[in-house]
Design a binder for this molecule. Sequence first.
Ligand code: ZN
Length: 97
Amino acid sequence: MSERGGYCCCIHNCNSSSNPKRGIKTTLFRFPKDTKRSRLWVLACGRDNLLNKTAMELYNNYRVCKLHFENKMFFNFEKTRLQPNAVPNFQIRNKSM
Ligand SMILES: [Zn+2]
């Protein structure tokens, strides 16, 4: 995956991106550094190729967009910050947008 043009959301079938040329521009969040929480994010992504990455690799190279988080997972009204224990859920994509 090349990062030159910005980051894409790694949830299966999502076309959000930090770069409007590569998808629908929206807010993307880094994976957590914590190994256990990182694992939960990977499982939510539904992508087998992420399962053998380390938490730091995921943190540095992969992003999940805001569409996969419930409203209560956000720290602020603008939805630019997540709660410390937030975990994405790919099934809720676009529901509240
Ligand atoms: Zn997404």
